[in-house]
Each structure stands twice: as structure tokens, then as C-alpha cells.
Design a protein around this ligand. Structure first.
Ligand code: ATP
Length: 354
């Protein structure tokens, strides 16, 4: 089955981690019915410097006509605020990628890197944030004046319905028992609409438990009882902040993956971290967030849950033998970005052979 994968390497550590993601896709090509063709779509800060725009039309065209996009990270210190990052917003809005999926899973091998005591980790941390990605405060409706500034938090019924339905379907697919909705319905009108729609949709999923939590309380409970959450659905800004808090629990920012998804259409997969200019070019970046983004691509864009599980299993195997610097352990080998990618590749080959 032939699939075209658009590749945006980006800036800083982007090219280094994407290279390891491509390695994994090539192994899937070699060992399964999938045949991937890669097409580069230039974007980011360096591209802005050269062409005066961070997402040239040609790149967007390449992305639009692909089956999925693997994206590294963008941003260069010293550029005018936001000129590189606008590329991501253009892709999200241009492809109507309304689901931002952000899994937060603490692997057993990395329990020593979690900042929480064992009693708070409990039965383990395995949460997936389903964040609304196109509405709310980030829709960029507002004005900045000399003495006043505002943004409008706009949510529509259509926008709420499609993300909340996706969350319930995702929970069902993953065998989760509970869907948690996070809002601020005691104050914000868009949250009142959100909560109403959440309960309307929940009534179609009586086999799943549901709960609503205010964002401020949720930020505490995420630290105190992270084991009690499975699928968490929330709006654009709350999801941005709470999922970054969650990413802190799993050992390193370099471990966290994400998908910007429109079910059935071209979707974009990227690690949560930025271009990390402080470590770029040193060969020490952790590629696991990118490799887990490939796992999400296989699962969400190509319906290959089993292949996705094998990628994840290979990462767990590899973490018992070696680590990149950000998650290093004195009794294990410290590996470079490439070595980590190679070790995971080796484990994946043997899992796909079986
Ligand atoms: P952005 O605003 O684009 O998210 P940022 O500077 O806030 O960028 P990152 O670029 O993600 O955040 O980097 C924050 C720090 O986390 C970096 O200084 C780096 O030390 C660390 N870091 C980020 N990604 C990785 C990675 N893949 N491997 C190792 N360390 C990483």
C-alpha cells in the first residue's frame, strides 16, 4: 500500500529527530505491506530568512497532497516574534486539523525520571489529552492597542461537537473506561456551551463513565492523582497548558508526541518539544517524541494499531538498555540521537519479524 509522507525537518534539533522518525518509517516499509515515499516540505525559521515566509505555497501544496505529514520543530533565536511558528498555525487552520492528540505515558523504565513520588504515580500514568485545535482564544480574533488588548474566546456548537465526539470514539477504541472534560464553566460562557454539549454527547456512550472538572482544580489533580485519568477532552488554551504540565511527568519533554488530526484527511504528527537551539547540532536530542509521533501516525492515519504497539514496545525495550542524555541513568549506556534511533530500529525489526 503506497503512501506519500510529507517531511518537514524544520530548525534546531528538528532535522536530527526527524531523521530517526524516517528510519522507523523505512523499517515499516521493509517489513509490512506499506510502501512510503517521502517528499520534503520546507518550513520554519531558516526558510523564512531565505524566502520571507515560513511556509512557502509549494510546501503547503506538497503537504496538502500527501497522506500524512511528519514535522520536526521550528524556531530560530533572534527572529521577529512568531514568524517561524506561523507555519504551524497555517497548517492547522489550512487543513482544519481540529484534533490535537497528546498522549502522556510514563514508561516503567522511566519511573526514576518522574518528578512525583511513587504514591502519586499509583498504578501508572497513561493519559491522552484530546485538545480542540482550531477555535477558542487561539482563533486569533482580537486586537492589540496601545492601552488595551483583547482576544475573543469563540466556540461553536459544530466545533465542540466534533472534538467531543472524537474523544468518546477514541476512548471506546482504546478500551478506556472514563472520559474527563476540563472547562471553566463556572465563569466562561464558551465553557457553559462546551459542558452542555459534552453531556448531550455523553448520553450516547452510556458504557463510558464521565466527569467534568474545572481547569484550575484539574491542574492540581493531574499532579495528585494522575493515574485516575485516561481520555481528557478540553478546549484549545486549557489543553495547551495542561498537556505541557502532563508532559513534565513522563521524564523529559523529548519523550512527548502529538498528532494534529482531521480524521480521514491529511494529518500532521510532531514531537511536543520545540527546536531546542541550546542542544542543536550536538547529537544529544532525544528522538523518542518523534518516533512516538510516527506511532500515532500509524494508529490514527493508517489504522495500524498493532504496528503502533510494536513501535511503542521497541521503545520500552530500548529504554532498558540505553538512554539519551536528557533521561540518562548511571547504570545504562548514554546514547546519541542516532544511536537511540538505531537501537529502537533494531528492536522494531525483531518485533515486526515475529
Ligand atoms: P518552543 O517555544 O518552540 O516550544 P522552547 O525553547 O520553549 O521552544 P524547547 O525548544 O522544546 O522549548 O526546549 C526546551 C528545553 O527542553 C531545551 O532547552 C532542551 O534542553 C530540552 N529539550 C527539548 N526537546 C528535547 C529533546 N528532544 N531532547 C532533549 N532535550 C530536549
Amino acid at each position: 500500500m503506497k503512501k506519500i509522507i510529507a517531511i518537514t525537518k524544520g530548525d534546531g534539533i528538528g532535522p536530527e529527530v526527524v531523521e530517526e522518525g524516517i528510519k522507523i518509517l523505512k523499517i515499516i516499509s521493509d517489513y509490512t505491506e506499506f510502501e512510503f515515499e517521502f517528499q520534503e516540505a520546507l518550513a520554519g525559521g531558516a526558510v523564512w530568512k531565505k524566502y520571507g515566509e515560513s511556509l512557502p505555497e509549494k510546501s503547503f501544496e506538497t503537504i496538502k497532497t500527501s497522506d500524512a505529514l511528519l514535522f520536526g520543530a521550528i524556531g530560530i533565536p533572534g527572529l521577529p516574534q512568531g514568524v517561524a511558528e506561523i507555519a504551524i498555525l497555517k497548517i492547522r487552520q489550512g487543513l482544519d486539523l481540529y484534533v490535537n492528540l497528546r498522549p502522556i505515558k510514563l514508561y516503567d523504565a522511566l519511573k526514576d525520571r518522574c518528578p512525583l513520588k511513587d504514591e502519586y504515580i499509583g498504578e501508572g500514568i497513561d493519559i491522552t489529552f484530546v485538545r480542540e485545535n482550531t477555535e477558542g482564544l487561539y482563533k486569533n480574533i482580537g486586537e492589540l492597542k496601545e492601552d488595551e488588548a483583547h482576544n475573543i474566546m469563540l466556540y461553536t456548537r459544530k466545533g465542540c461537537e466534533r472534538i467531543i465526539k472524537y474523544a468518546f470514539e477514541f476512548a471506546k477504541r482504546m478500551g478506556h473506561k472514563k472520559v474527563t472534560s476540563v472547562d471553566k464553566a463556572n465563569i466562561l460562557k464558551p465553557s457553559m456551551l462546551w459542558r452542555k454539549i459534552f453531556h448531550e454527547i455523553a448520553s450516547d456512550y452510556s458504557d463510558l463513565q464521565t466527569e467534568d472538572i474545572y481547569i484550575d482544580a484539574f491542574c492540581q489533580w493531574l499532579i495528585r492523582t494522575p493515574y485516575s485519568y485516561q481520555t481528557v477532552v478540553t478546549g484549545n488554551m486549557f489543553g495547551d497548558i495542561a498537556s505541557d504540565e502532563g508532559a513534565f511527568l513522563i521524564g523529559s519533554l523529548g519523550m512527548a508526541s502529538s498528532g494534529n488530526i482531521h480524521p480521514g484527511k491529511v494529518s500532521m504528527y510532531e514531537p511536543i518539544h520545540g527546536s531546542a537551539p541550546d542542544i542543536a547540532g550536538k547529537g544529544i536530542a532525544n528522538p523518542i517524541g518523534t518516533i512516538l509521533s510516527v506511532k500515532l501516525m500509524m494508529q490514527e492515519s493508517f489504522g495500524q494499531v498493532e504496528v503502533g504497539n510494536k513501535i511503542e514496545g521497541s521503545i520500552e525495550d530500548a529504554l532498558k538498555e540505553g538512554r539519551t542524555k536528557d533521561i540518562e541513568n548511571p547504570i545504562l549506556k548514554t546514547l546519541s540521537t542516532q544511536e537511540m534511533g538505531n537501537l529502537i530500529s533494531k528492536k522494531l525489526k525483531s518485533r515486526l519479524k515475529k
